[in-house]
Design a protein around this ligand. Structure first.
Ligand code: NAD
Length: 499
């Protein structure tokens, strides 16, 4: 696919109309208190627009709208096929407007336009289409009772779902929750990140055209401590589905305990180990995967391969290849289709990443590449892809989720040793390994404590497989049919058939 040039995208951005209000009960509305949040472009630090800053009273209205829509049966009473058709229609509408969506993601997150257009958008479109097509192919159960009874086990929607999502893939992370929750018959209130609400608000503008009734889908932009907490504590929310940091995930479990024991599903942080054994089938491919694994989306990826373990015998050879791949990736203007790495989402996140780089050096790691803020003249928040050689597991750049383009590389000698290193983390989201030995591939992948394991690849996935982690990376799974488990309950109905 040939992409338009930067001039085209600049012209389009000048013509773009930006959403500014919350979406409640089928209408765009200001926050009741009239407050607004500035929404920034991280590539220039310019204010793009202002968006409604929802408070508790706005959340109450949105939850009430979702509750009324749910109880009325206007959505939950439709057949699965009818609901599915609405999601398929929504997918087609996003496809129609995909350039506008891609531009909103790029302007608001700082990610390259090529990534928005060739990854975020196709994945989001596929998510709605896939659940829309799947839902009328799923059957409930009849239990193996005796002849004098019939017992059915049916999946029931939960009611009102609240989704609280992060800024790194604003549309896609939300879509992984919206699509299965809606198709199962629930109504939803989405709180996007206060940094990046634009694409989910644009999604709201398509609901009526897709045939999704008012109140079924609501968006309440606002901050975590106000809008997020109000959803977490709300007594009429049945389920809170969250993607974000582990620290915030823990708060949602507390909010649930303090309120109505709503179900809480968490997709949290990660520090994915990426292991290269000396029998790696293709060092060039592995080096490229390691480079992409830490620079894709500026390293702001929960499954970023941010801990790289290379077996001692191939260490220097591999690091030369990796360095060449990383040096080919330079931060650039996100609107330029040639750019492979954009800007960090905001100044705070940029400073956090720079602080980690400083701490790595202070703690004795050797800086091999990068380490600096760059493109300062643009006003944007760019950081060079950064690689450290590390001698110790004890460094904070090895243990902490940095959420930026900073790679910690360690050497290892044996399989047992690297499994122990890889599992020595509070996180358990992704993990990758490269080997030609089939036995080792199976053995190590089973021993890695992670929700996702890649063998001789990294990041490969699609909508058909579950996505999520173990340990403090969270609970429950997004994507695949298993995601429906989060948004449905099993109901047993026992029919006495005795005459
Ligand atoms: P974050 O936890 O700061 O914020 C996530 C969401 O929670 C935002 O909408 C925010 O407003 C809200 N929030 C923040 N504080 C809150 C509070 N006190 N009460 C209620 N809500 C609150 O995370 P982030 O910085 O937006 O995103 C980065 C994090 O997301 C990283 O840790 C990353 O690993 C994680 N993430 C995980 C996955 C996954 O699938 N596991 C995917 C993407 C991102």
């Amino acid at each position: 696919m040939t992409l338009h040039n930067a001039a085209y995208w600049k012209q389009k951005s000048a013509e773009l109309s930006l959403p500014a209000q919350a979406f409640v009960n089928g209408k765009f509305v200001p926050a009741l208190g009239g407050r607004v949040l500035p929404i920034m472009n991280p590539a220039s630090a310019a204010v793009l627009t202002h968006v409604a800053d929802c408070q508790k009273e706005d959340i109450d209205l949105a939850v009430q709208a979702a509750r009324q829509a749910f109880e009325s049966g206007v959505w939950s009473g439709k057949s699965p096929r009818e609901r599915g058709q609405c999601l398929v229609a929504l997918a087609a509408l996003i496809e129609r407007d995909k350039e506008e969506f891609a531009l909103l993601e790029t302007l608001n997150v700082g990610k390259p336009i090529a990534e928005s257009l060739l990854f975020d958008l196709p994945e989001a479109i596929k998510t709605y289409a896939w659940y829309g097509e799947a839902i009328d192919k799923i059957y409930d159960e009849i239990a193996p009772t005796g002849a004098n009874a019939l017992a059915t086990v049916t999946r029931e929607p939960l009611g009102v779902i609240a989704a609280v999502v992060p800024w790194n893939y604003p549309l896609l992370m939300a879509s992984w929750k919206i699509a299965p929750a809606l198709v199962a018959g629930n109504c939803i209130v989405v709180k996007p990140s206060e940094l990046t609400p634009l694409s989910v608000l644009k999604l709201a503008s398509l609901m009526e055209e897709a045939g999704i009734p008012p109140g079924v889908f609501n968006v309440v932009p606002g901050t975590g401590p106000e809008a997020g907490q109000a959803l977490g504590l709300h007594p009429d929310v049945d389920c809170l589905t969250f993607t974000g940091s582990t620290a915030t995930g823990k708060r949602f479990m507390e909010y649930s305990g303090q309120s109505n024991l709503k179900r809480v599903w968490l997709e949290c942080g990660g520090k994915s180990p990426h292991i290269v054994f000396d029998d790696c089938p293709d060092l060039d491919k592995a080096a490229l995967a390691a480079a992409v694994g830490i620079t894709s989306n500026q390293g702001e990826v929960c499954i970023a391969g941010s801990r790289l373990y290379v077996q001692s015998g191939i260490y220097e050879q591999f690091m030369e290849k990796l360095s060449a791949c990383i040096q080919a990736i330079r931060p650039g203007d996100p609107l330029d289709p040639e750019t492979t790495m954009g800007a960090i989402v905001d100044e705070r996140q940029m400073n956090k990443v720079l602080d980690y780089i400083e701490s790595g050096q202070a703690q004795g790691a050797r800086l091999r590449l990068g380490g600096q803020r760059t493109r300062v003249d643009t006003g944007g928040y760019y950081i060079e892809p950064t690689v450290f050689d590390c001698d110790s597991e004890a460094l904070s750049i090895v243990s902490d989720e940095i959420f930026g383009p900073v790679l910690a590389v360690l050497r290892f000698d044996t399989e047992e040793q690297v499994i122990a290193y890889a599992n020595d983390s509070i996180y358990g989201l992704g993990a990758g390994l490269w080997t030609s030995n089939l036995g080792r591939a199976h053995r190590v992948s089973r021993k890695l404590r992670a929700g996702l394991v890649w063998v001789n690849c990294f990041f490969d996935s699609d909508i058909t497989v579950p996505f999520g982690g173990v340990k403090q990376s969270g609970s429950g799974r997004d994507k695949s049919l298993h995601a429906l488990d989060k948004y449905t309950d099993l109901k047993t109905s026992w029919f006495n058939l005795e005459p």
